[in-house]
Design a protein around this ligand. Structure first.
Ligand code: C2O
Ligand code: CU
Ligand code: CU
Length: 493
């Protein structure tokens, strides 16, 4: 079906040919939900935890009786879950056996830019990249995915992505469900388009022509599996949700509208659990929720139309007007009792006060920041190590965007001039910015400084990122003026 998109603020006349229809009632929930395996590290002689990821092409049966060529890490699709504790020294050997160069970025990880795995750390086919760092942040659900210049959408769409869980003592001391794959379940949500023979349909994946958000698929994969069900055996189950889609926004809830508790956002635990019935996640965002089950019941996890303002066609472009069953959850006839959810979770870091007076203002036009297209040789911003800045991002175009930055975490100060909704409080690294929307962030930068290697900020709709909706900042030491050092004023190495 095609829809003629009426002229909207900032752009006009795109034909949008992918109405992601509702799949409600069409799934049979025949496949057990895959759980990405935990990858055991090898502990080096000096105590460093070393993980090994090998990226390669493989075959996955998504639709019954067909095969899909997919990409994955240590398997045909997605990758294993890496896990480490705050204070751990870790290393990863990432071998690229794919037919083209790629990179692996640790989304949400606080590490030096040279280890970040962005477009400045490509891995040629046949080569191994060996980043290492010390885990210096609160417990959180992080993830990894390719980030090669202009190729991120394709590489993620083909299947390279996985989780990186950080643990700490504070979280372990709480009576939260924590048995991985038992009552602590990762849910990586992604949409795909498939041809009848099972092969991945990549049409519309890149921005351009008729595709303004990038690809919106009508087949939802959860943890790389299609048409999934999950059996649970505990009263309380924690789900670690990741929107790993290229462009689709999911407003997650249950078909029976039950309440659940939001316990963590992108960067870690909230101070208190927040009861919700719906939770909107744009691409790249994570959330941890705890859900109560009754013995013997079946309940559907569903993606609902997302309330986000703007006209209905724009909502549809964001995937907002569509309803998708995601997963059937089947509770055992007797459930293990779970301890009650604590009313206080963590001493979440307070909103930091800015250390730099003037805010950094950016405009998201339809496909660029401040009318500029990403240039690997241009530094867009210089910040001081460990500083706090106000970043203000307005979406003046007619297309949904979101905003993510590397090497930092932020608090939302306000959304369109109003205090953020309760589910957007707490530390995050990715936030939705709808058409006409404006967010003000208090960004806390890392203490690592490296003037030669920039961190990225970008829209996490991957087609937009690839089309150039990305910029770069470098971090100078806390003593230096926040300006591009003279010897780097020309093209950047
Ligand atoms: Cu999840 Cu710069 O990316
Ligand atoms: Cu990132
Ligand atoms: Cu965008």
């Amino acid at each position: 079906t095609g829809l003629l998109v009426a002229p909207a603020a900032g752009f006009a006349g795109y034909l949008w040919a992918e109405s992601g229809r509702s799949n409600v009632g069409t799934l049979s929930f025949r496949n057990r939900l895959p759980i990405p395996p935990l990858l055991p590290p090898v502990v080096d002689a000096d105590g460093r935890k070393r993980f090994r990821l090998t990226l390669a092409e493989g075959r996955t049966e998504l639709l019954p009786g067909t095969g899909t060529t997919t990409w994955g890490a240590n398997g045909p699709i997605l990758g294993p879950t890496l896990r480490a504790r705050r204070g751990d020294r870790v290393a990863v050997d990432v071998t690229n056996n794919l037919p083209e160069s790629t990179s692996v970025h640790w989304h949400g990880m606080h590490l030096p830019a040279v280890m970040d795995g962005g477009p400045h750390q490509p891995i040629e086919p046949g080569r191994t990249w060996q980043p290492y760092w010390t885990v210096e942040q609160r417990a959180a659900t992080l993830w990894y995915h390719p980030h090669l210049h202009q190729r991120t959408a394709a590489h993620v769409y083909r299947g390279v992505a996985g989780l990186f869980l950080v643990d700490d003592d504070e979280t372990d001391a709480l009576p939260l469900p924590r048995r991985y794959g038992v009552d602590d379940i990762p849910l990586i949500l992604q949409d795909r388009k498939l041809h009848d023979d099972g092969s991945l349909d990549e049409s519309g994946m890149q921005f351009g022509g008729f595709s303004v958000t990038g690809l919106l698929g009508d087949r939802i994969l959860v943890n790389g599996g299609y048409d999934p069900y999950l059996e649970v055996g505990d009263e309380l189950v924690r789900f670690r949700l990741l929107n790993g889609a290229n462009a689709r926004v999911f407003s997650v809830g249950f078909a029976d509208d039950r309440e659940f508790s939001l316990v963590a956002t992108d960067a870690g635990l909230r101070d208190t659990p927040l009861p919700l019935r719906r939770l909107m996640l744009s691409p790249g965002e994570r959330a941890e929720i705890v859900v109560r089950f009754r013995p013997g019941e079946e309940v559907l996890l569903r993606g609902f139309p997302a309330p986000m303002g703007g006209n209905v066609l724009i909502r549809r472009m964001a995937g907002g007007a569509d309803t998708f069953d995601l997963l059937k959850i089947v509770a055992a006839s007797t459930l293990r009792p779970s301890p009650a959810l604590p009313s206080r979770l963590a001493a979440a870091p307070p909103v930091p006060a800015p250390t730099r007076a003037e805010p950094y203002r950016m405009t998201m036009g339809d496909f660029r920041f401040d009318e500029r297209v990403m240039d690997l040789t241009r530094i867009d911003r210089v910040v001081r190590a460990g500083s706090v800045e106000i970043w203000e991002i307005g979406n003046t175009g007619g297309i949904p965007h979101n905003f993510h930055l590397h090497g930092a975490a932020f608090h939302l100060l306000d959304v369109a001039g109003r205090p953020p909704a309760p589910h957007l409080t707490g530390e995050k690294d990715t936030v939705y910015v709808p058409p006409g929307g404006r967010v003000r962030l208090a960004v806390r930068f890392l203490a690592h400084s490296d003037v030669r290697r920039p961190y990225m900020f970008h829209c996490h709709l991957l087609a937009h990122e690839d089309a150039g909706m990305m910029g770069q900042f470098i971090t100078v030491s806390a003593r230096d003026e926040p300006q591009v050092p003279a010897d780097l004023a020309g093209p950047h190495p």
